[in-house]
Design a protein around this ligand. Sequence first.
Ligand code: ATR
Length: 295
Amino acid sequence: MEKILKDSVRAGVIGHPIAHSKSPIIHGYWLQKYGIAGEYLRYDIAPQDLKSGVARLVELGLRGFNVTLPHKESILELCASQSELAQKIGAANTITIDDSGRLHADSTDGFGFLQNMAAHVPNLVWHNKTIMILGAGGAARAIVGALMTCGAAQIILVNRTFDKAAALGAEFNRKFAQGSEMIPAEIIPVKIIPAPWTAILEFLPRCDVVINTTSLGMRGQAALEINLDPLPAHAMVSDIVYAPLETELLKQARRRHVTAVTGIGMLLHQARPGFARWFGIEPAVTPELEALVLS
Ligand code: ATR
């Protein structure tokens, strides 16, 4: 199989399907902007071919790759090492391949979420906040995982299927216990309180932040029906859905003069650590890049 020249760095994204992935647009923009001789391609790998497909990428000389559905969990079995966050979340989206062809897994979705919030909200402070998370799926795991170490007071984890919220809450409360490597002794870990969907109205008056991690409100999906009226005026609302960019949830927040944070930035910021590791430059998220990805 063809081995690439040493001076042209190669990376990519794996998934199934993969045609919809915006990652090549993001990394392609940065490669061009920083004048790097490299490429970033999509690789469609079916679940049953994951091991051989990844072996082929190693053979091709890739420095690493991003991982999207349905491989975010199963990729961990092929990795020689995992960041503590990836291990705790049980999923990875960013893989680095070392000179010996060994894979190292990391999860940067939560980083992307935090960076996007910080970019939109000047002087953002998580300390002592009460955060409502809607959803308990893969996206919620990454975001809650990142928030466990931010010093917030509590996370109200609301899910249609209450048992899933209860299970995730119990799992993370145990995994992120005080004194573990990710929680310095002086930080009190965030406490997760699972709640059923029907309890949203009851909890909203004491929430400082509301984050939608479900696909509700996405173009072509069911609407996210929630009444933000009880939310305090100082609150922030964030949506991981970015198609449409202004979701009904965010429109409702803006009508109430509550800070609203769009979801596209999470996608852009989660890509930064991978690009920096593979191509050696810390890339910037710019309005131009955002417009390009949304177009
Ligand atoms: P992802 O990896 O994108 O988070 P997922 O793991 O399938 O996707 O999780 C989807 C989330 O959206 C879940 O929390 C799901 O709730 P359930 O656990 O009850 O399935 C939530 N979700 C999907 N459709 C929903 C709907 N119509 N109403 C409320 N929640 C919904």
